[in-house]
Design a protein around this ligand. Structure first.
Ligand code: AOF
Ligand code: ZN
Length: 398
């Protein structure tokens, strides 16, 4: 996100905001960055008293957890702070639905908050309508302060909601020279135990994990979310395999929990549509290189997480196998993501890089040209794509 200094309401919005409100919205935008990206947007909320003093700051910690408004109100309750007559500044229109958590409108009204200023409308149908509900309950509601920043903060999420597709996180575990396996196919372990643990923690909070049939045939991964001691995590993602080749009946990915699904397509758009239709809102694409490349070349990646090991191979399977780019001006441009722990973290001996696209490559649901690199057929023996999912073959642990 670009700096939040000097927030302005969106063009056409004429409501005046006080300097204290502007400062509080800046603080709310900053707080939102603490959360993880995914099925839900990053949201921050700051409550100020009638003198403009900031009382509590809340943020959303991802799908299934308290919304930013509820988080701020709970913090106030925990220390016995009365918020009646106060103003809440929030980066997204408060929700009006019972999803995984209760409606924020209700929590705001119950807390006695009399004013709400939010940055941008919630485009998500089931949750929208909060402003009208608040007004009907006598709350003064204004919007538009920090709208540009709030839109930019969640621009990939807004795009995914609009396109009615899941939010896509792409995961690559690679060497310094961008290899995901050595020439002989060995790939255990490129990443540090800390990186593997981080990846499994993400698996336990997403809706689905996606790999290609090639990865299943070569690596036979389990793709479950597991704790560092090898125990299954409490929450498990759907395990999806895409591609036209059959998934062997004894493939480890099938498991016995009914969470595995085969998507008979090579088109990443189609795979996402199928997942969306079954209620999936956040998918992590894990590999191999052809799947990674096809999602990247289709412009379908909202978040990129790269575990970079301080290891050189000099040959072996490259993380990507071509994005259809032949000239530098056509290169995909990525931006360091300040959210969720920042753009660079140290995980054991690895670096964890966190990025988001600088601009969308394709917005159309079904782009026709160029076609994504096919995969799932014509397996290449020299490119076995073991990927880090080979880790799943290990007994216990990762
Ligand atoms: C808010 N505050 O902090 C967030 C909101 O499944 P749920 O219950 O978590 O609801 C998710 C939807 O709620 C999400 O798609 C978006 O429309 C809204 N997110 N709303 O009032 C928040 N994260
Ligand atoms: Zn809410």
């Amino acid at each position: 996100m670009t700096g939040t200094m000097g927030l302005q309401p969106a063009a056409g919005v004429v409501t005046a905001f006080s300097p204290d409100e502007t400062r509080a919205m800046e603080a709310a935008l900053k707080a939102a960055l603490n959360g993880p990206r995914g099925a839900n947007p990053l949201v921050g909320a700051v409550v100020i008293d009638p003198d403009g003093r900031q009382l509590v700051t809340g943020y959303h910690r991802g799908a299934g957890t308290a919304h930013a408004e509820a988080d701020a109100i709970a913090q106030a309750a925990a220390v016995g702070l009365d918020l009646s007559g106060c103003t809440m500044m929030v980066t997204l229109e408060p929700c009006d639905h019972v999803g995984r958590t209760g409606p924020c409108t209700e929590a705001i009204i119950a807390a006695g908050i009399t004013d709400v200023v939010y940055a941008v409308d919630d485009p998500h149908d089931p949750a929208a309508g909060g402003a009208a509900t608040l007004r009907a309950a006598g709350v003064r509601v204004r919007s538009g302060l920090g709208a540009d920043e709030a839109l930019d903060l969640n621009r990939q999420w807004f795009e995914a909601v609009e396109a009615r597709r899941p939010f896509v996180t792409l995961h690559i575990a690679q060497t310094l020279d961008a290899r995901i396996a050595a020439e002989d196919g060995t790939s255990q372990w490129i990443s540090s135990p800390e990186s593997l643990a981080d990846n499994h923690a993400i698996r336990s909070r997403i809706d689905a994990i996606l790999v290609g049939t090639q990865t299943v045939l070569v690596d036979n991964p389990r793709l479950t979310a597991r704790t560092p001691s090898g125990q299954p995590a409490t929450s498990q993602p759907v395990r999806a395999v895409m591609g036209l080749r059959e998934v062997p009946a004894d493939a480890a990915i099938l498991g016995d929990d009914g969470l595995a699904v085969h998507l008979p397509t090579r088109d990443p758009h189609e795979a996402l549509s199928m997942l969306y239709a079954s209620g999936i809102r956040h998918v992590m694409v894990e590999g191999g290189s052809r799947i990674l490349s096809s999602f990247l070349s289709a412009g379908l990646v909202d978040e990129l997480i790269v575990y970079l090991a301080p290891t050189l191979l000099g040959s072996g399977t490259p993380a990507l196998n071509g994005l259809g780019i032949t000239s530098l001006p056509d290169a995909q441009q990525w931006e360091w993501d300040a959210s969720d722990g920042g753009p660079v973290r140290t995980l054991g001996r690895d670096l964890r890089l966190h990025l988001r696209p600088q601009r969308r490559v394709a917005l159309d649901p079904i782009p026709s040209d160029p076609q994504p690199e096919p995969y799932g057929t014509d397996p290449q023996p020299t490119d076995p794509q073991p990927s880090r999912t080979a880790a799943d073959q290990a007994q216990g642990g990762y």
